[in-house]
Write a protein that binds this ligand. Structure first.
Ligand code: AMP
Length: 420
């Protein structure tokens, strides 16, 4: 019997795994330059945090959570997203009182959702996120959107589109919701969708099925029902994005899957991903803190899907040169004494900042040379008994095949020079 990774999960292996590390870092470079601080929260939380924070009517909470009882009888859930945990941590540690607002934080971590698994949609996936908590300012919404945009640009993506909408706030949303419900109730829809009208009518607008979309033509839209304050706020976000040179498309049907959004909602989509086109998204969540028992803390943030960003990079041909250069130098020992000396030399190289490996497991020279090739190293160091007696080593350039003899005492310096 052999084990497989659970359905909907996969392993990151070299050489892709090295790139995914770099992608996670690069996506948040702009955020870090903007003074956001790193936060790490547990991968699991009290189930109620997500029920109240993400919203009882969302797919995430009703269908997708990994929930279990721990040995102490507590209901625990593997985090399906990052924002609720960040707000919980801010409130728990009173960060909103500790200094200047907004509190600016970023995170990077795995998320868990029991979804229907397919390409680009996994049960275990990675997000990087950024949140600015405790300020209501259109410039903050624009800043976060810009930082995400810069993240995608930094990994080289060119085919990302930004979709933008405003969902209104607690003043204008109820009237809009009522108008939408009235419209939707008159439509001929299946039972599950009819049920959704009553608990989360905005989500119906997000239905991807073409026949449903056809019926939704003429549905009332949030942008047409914004109060004056929401309208002015939204216009300012749009004006700032334009001034920043961030292109966007107004998408009046964009609602996002989580309940907590108010006013600004946005999503980044990529045209090379088929059905799972969303590479990131976020918005303003002015009511979330109060929903989980905290004070009023108007906030805005986003999460970018790292796995999907990787797929988008693949679709744009940005990973075509993915080589597996594990190390720069590879040692090939011939004989026991040489093996011992080479082991020390490889360590010296590593300490001098040169990445190096050698043949282990007592291989013969042919297998060891194959190991050198497979490692992707540029140079092989071949050490035999005769070299050892002469205090020298054979340095082979694996791209040209040229071989020269170098004194053992000088080889670290010589290699450092050649690799610069
Ligand atoms: P959300 O937290 O649902 O707003 O999603 C933010 C981003 O996370 C999406 O744009 C996707 O890129 C990514 N994402 C969400 N769910 C999944 C999933 N099941 N598998 C892979 N990526 C996901």
């Amino acid at each position: 019997m052999s084990f497989q990774a659970p359905k909907g999960t996969f392993d990151w292996l070299p050489p892709q795994s090295d790139r995914i590390l770099a992608v996670r870092e690069t996506l948040v470079e702009a955020v870090r330059r903007a003074g956001y601080g790193y936060i790490e929260t547990p991968t699991f939380e009290d189930t109620d945090l997500f029920k109240r924070g993400v919203g009882e009517s969302t797919d995430v909470v009703t269908k997708e959570m990994y929930t279990f009882e721990d040995k102490g009888g507590r209901s625990i859930t593997l985090r399906p997203e990052g924002t609720a945990s960040v707000v919980r941590a801010v409130l728990q540690h009173s960060l909103q009182n500790a200094g200047q607002l907004p509190v600016k934080l970023w995170y990077s971590g795995s998320q868990y959702r029991y979804e229907r698994a397919q390409k680009g949609r996994y049960r275990h996936f990675w997000q990087v996120g950024a949140e600015a908590l405790g300020a209501e300012d259109p410039a903050l919404d624009a800043e976060l959107i810009l930082l995400a945009w810069q993240g995608f640009a930094a990994v080289g993506l060119k085919r990302v589109t930004l979709l933008l909408n405003s969902l209104g706030d607690k003043n204008c949303r109820p009237a809009y919701r009522a108008a939408l419900v009235e419209f939707l109730r008159k439509l001929d829809l299946d039972e599950a969708t009819r049920a959704r009208i009553e608990i989360n009518p905005l989500r119906v607008l997000d239905d991807k099925r073409p026949d449903v979309q056809a019926k939704l033509a003429g549905a009332p839209l949030a942008v047409d029902h914004l109060c004056e304050a929401c309208k002015a706020y939204h216009e300012e976000v749009r004006a700032l994005l334009t001034a920043l040179g961030v292109p966007f498309t107004d998408d009046p049907k964009l609602v996002r899957g989580l309940d907590y959004y108010t006013r600004t909602a946005f999503e980044f989509v990529h045209d090379g991903l088929g059905a799972q086109a969303s590479v990131g998204g976020g918005g303003r969540y002015d009511g979330l803190s109060e929903q989980i028992g905290g004070p009023s803390l108007p906030s805005v943030g986003w999460a970018l899907g790292v796995d999907r960003t990787f797929l988008a990079m693949e679709a744009e041909g940005l990973l075509d040169d993915l080589t597996s250069q594990r190390v720069e130098v590879y040692g090939v020992p011939l004989g026991e004494d040489a093996r011992r000396r080479l082991f020390l030399l490889v360590n010296e190289l590593r300490q001098a900042g040169v990445s190096a490996d050698m043949a282990f497991g007592g291989k013969g020279v042919k297998a060891a040379m194959k190991g050198a090739d497979r490692s992707g190293a540029r140079f092989a160091l071949i050490l035999g008994e005769r070299d050892l007696a002469a205090e020298a080593v054979q340095l082979k350039d694996l791209t040209t095949g040229d071989q020269t003899e170098v004194p053992l005492a000088q080889v670290v310096e010589v290699l450092k020079g050649k690799l610069q």
